[in-house]
Design a protein around this ligand. Structure first.
Ligand code: PLP
Length: 383
């Protein structure tokens, strides 16, 4: 069958996004002509690199309502999560040893907290309800005098469920506890503002927002309160001592450009993707026996997670893999045969958790693709 688009159709934008050609264009000079080390203060090559990095810092800050001095560049969100959580745990040992997080966090947060748990820190793993939301009363009740951090993601990578971040931030502030949010799926897709959301630390990643792989950032609040993190990488004292290592200038330029495009185009893009996602959702939910996973409305515009209870995810992926690029649960667990821990935490049966597919739409998803995918599901799974 001839199609006016590339097959397999890419619907795994929660795992990674293709790079926007405008981002690539911005990055290109920094691989060759402008190859300087941003830490070289003695010549024009270094100054040009530093200037490009400082522009990117402004662009990233602007996306989330921060100031440039609050942005620390990293290799991505996994590194950002490690710096945020371990950095707080080590810096604030005299204040306490208790961290509150949630069972449906990304593995980067879960495994970092497990690592600290083994080292003797106390971790509260908040449950979620059947829509994937935490309970705010439970969160507040979990706070102890020794609590040093609340780590709750902005939006979930498997279901797209958006947590009540503003309320979480307000609770953290009221109790004088730092609030870290993994905003890797939310930043650039929905409005995120560190001031109105009362966020103290935040992480994001370029390759989830149409930028390059291997670049990310951590926001670290500078006033009210001034947050301090113990560096996890020692060396030349780059990034105000919080992350040593020669800066990935092209990657950072790409992250900045990607953040800027998201800021300018987010509103229109979210509206367009909501329409396409809902169109796909209606089509697939009209098939017999299928169920939506995640909050019906409190969800990222581009994400759809659906279970096909009399099937299993891997056989579905096999059936469709010539035509569709999808994922079962999160990309990180798709190599194993474990059911999604996110769906299990929502209280679903093994059957429902083992039969979920995640559809992640993106900037380059077209209406023609979505109509084609709807028809494909109707043909293959309609009765
Ligand atoms: C992708 C993702 C990460 C990891 O980001 P990397 O930049 O690939 O390390 C962390 N958290 C969430 C919610 C993600 O979606």
């Amino acid at each position: 069958m001839e199609t006016p688009f590339q097959v397999p159709v890419y619907l795994d934008n929660n795992a990674t996004t293709p790079m926007d050609p405008r981002v690539l264009e911005a990055m290109m000079p920094y691989f060759t002509k402008q190859f300087g080390n941003a830490a070289s203060r003695s010549h024009a090559y270094g100054w040009a690199a530093e200037e490009a990095v400082e522009l990117a810092r402004e662009q990233v800050a602007r996306l989330i309502g921060a100031i440039p001095q609050e942005i620390v560049f990293t290799s991505g969100a996994t590194e950002g999560v490690n710096l945020a959580i371990k950095g707080v745990a080590e810096m604030y040992t005299s204040k306490g040893n208790h961290i509150i997080t949630c069972q449906t966090e990304h593995k980067a947060v879960i495994d970092t907290c497990k690592h600290l748990e083994k080292k003797g820190l106390e971790i509260t793993w908040l449950p979620v309800d059947a829509t994937g939301m935490i309970n705010l009363q439970e969160l507040e009740a979990a706070i102890r005098p020794t609590t040093i951090l609340i780590a709750i993601m902005y939006a979930n990578n498997e279901t797209g469920v958006i947590h009540p971040v503003r309320e979480i931030g307000a609770i953290a502030k009221k109790h004088g506890v730092l609030f870290f949010t993994d905003a890797t799926q939310a930043a650039g897709k929905i409005p995120v503002d560190v001031e109105t959301d009362h966020i103290d630390i935040l992480t994001l990643s370029a390759h989830k927002i149409y930028g390059p792989k291997g670049a990310g950032a951590v926001y670290v609040r500078r006033r009210d309160p001034r947050v301090r993190l113990t560096a996890q990488m020692d060396g030349g004292g780059h990034e105000r001592g919080m992350r040593s290592g020669t800066l990935n200038v092209p990657g950072i330029v790409g992250l900045g450009k990607a953040a800027d495009l998201c800021r300018l185009e987010m509103e229109a893009e979210a509206a367009r993707l909501t329409t396409l996602r809902n169109r796909l959702q209606e089509g697939i939910l009209s098939l017999p026996g299928v169920v939506l996973n995640g909050h019906p409305s409190n969800r990222l515009p581009h994400t759809l997670n659906i279970s096909f209870p009399d099937r299993d995810s891997n056989s579905l992926l096999l059936q469709f893999n010539k035509k569709l690029a999808l994922s079962a649960g999160s990309a990180c667990t798709s190599a194993t045969l474990e059911p999604s821990y996110v769906l299990k935490a929502m209280g679903f049966s093994d059957e429902r958790s083992y039969s979920a597919l995640r559809f992640g739409l993106g900037r380059f998803t077209t209406e023609a693709e979505i109509e084609w995918v709807r028809e494909l599901f109707r043909q293959e799974l309609g009765s």
